[in-house]
Design a protein around this ligand. Structure first.
Ligand SMILES: [Zn+2]
Length: 65
């Protein structure tokens, strides 16, 4: 399960999230502006978009259901 490093809550598919340059997901509302933002959108969309880079995370995420 992927959790937000700021608030510790699990991401839901419809959550608005930030993906930083290290491919770390953070809630948009938890995001601190001293980090470099790579992309922003719904969690489920970004997971699909970057699955080529983070296939292991996608696998863990969907395997948890
Ligand atoms: Zn959060």
């Amino acid at each position: 399960m992927i959790r937000c490093p700021k608030c510790g809550k699990n991401f839901r598919n419809a959550d608005s999230v930030i993906l930083d340059v290290n491919y770390t997901f953070t809630h948009a509302g938890c995001y601190e502006h001293d980090y470099m933002s790579k992309d922003q959108g719904r969690f489920v969309d970004l997971v699909g978009k970057y699955s080529a880079f983070e296939g292991n995370i996608v696998h863990r995420f969907f395997a948890s259901y």
